[in-house]
Ligand binder design. Sequence first.
Ligand SMILES: [Zn+2]
Ligand SMILES: [Zn+2]
Length: 304
Amino acid sequence: MTTTLLQPGQIEAAAGNIPELRLPPADLFLARARRLEQLADHHAMGDYLRFVARLARVQQERLDAGLAAKLPSPETLAQCREFAMPPLAPAGLARPDGWHATARDLARTVQPSLPEAGRAALQRILDKADAWLDEQAGRLFEAETQHLDAAAAPVIGAALQVHWVHLARQLDPAQVARPEHPNLCPVCGSHPVSSVVRIGGAESGLRYLHCALCSSEWHVVRAKCSNCDNTRGIASYHLEGEPPVVRAESCPECQTYLKTVHQDKDPLADPVADDLASLTLDLLMDETGHAKSGINWYLIQGQL
Ligand SMILES: [Zn+2]
Ligand SMILES: [Zn+2]
């Protein structure tokens, strides 16, 4: 593991000319699945990455099939914008119609590919009542992992992602205010998975945090702790001997870290897939005493 100190505000474009918010693209889950399949080759977690790739492909199918979507009213959207509140925060929305059916569809489709323990976990999604699914969803939303069914969570989370990505895609970036706190998604108020340095167009070289729920991305300058806003003494770590596509950036103030996935090092790098495939870096960061400020719903920490 190597360390470099970064300077705040490096390589940032002049404020005002940059896209602050990127709403999720139409092929989000397909791109994620392809990246996972690529990363799974010769990987110690290859079977798990291939399982998540299958899940992401079914997520894409469900998204493409069209879903019922009820955005908040124009008045509510305007109010949220005025008070810098995330318009799609789960606490302020009814659970989307059909989300239980999506969860069961996903579970049924990926279940046969799993070993017995995994099949049993997904059977709970098929057998239990809607109220149990709602309760598990609430725990995911609150990042309350203690009483979460961690083995079923990736599929429950995947179903919620499909519906929230669909909702987020109905919005216009102009309807969403800049977040008051850069650690939470301006669209749905969820925590980020990781951050990504993008390439191409006006976003080139800029860092975006990627939402765990709705996959919207919001701009936060590089070498700044998104958890506490600190810009001093941010240290960057990556695994020895690997091309540094994924770096972990730690903050000495709040003792957390967030990964940054560099598309400038690999154009296919994906903030969710590459976060998942770099679990070894998380284990090493844990040894340094830093807590992860990102959360990846495909793998709730402590699950493996
Ligand atoms: Zn979000
Ligand atoms: Zn911090």
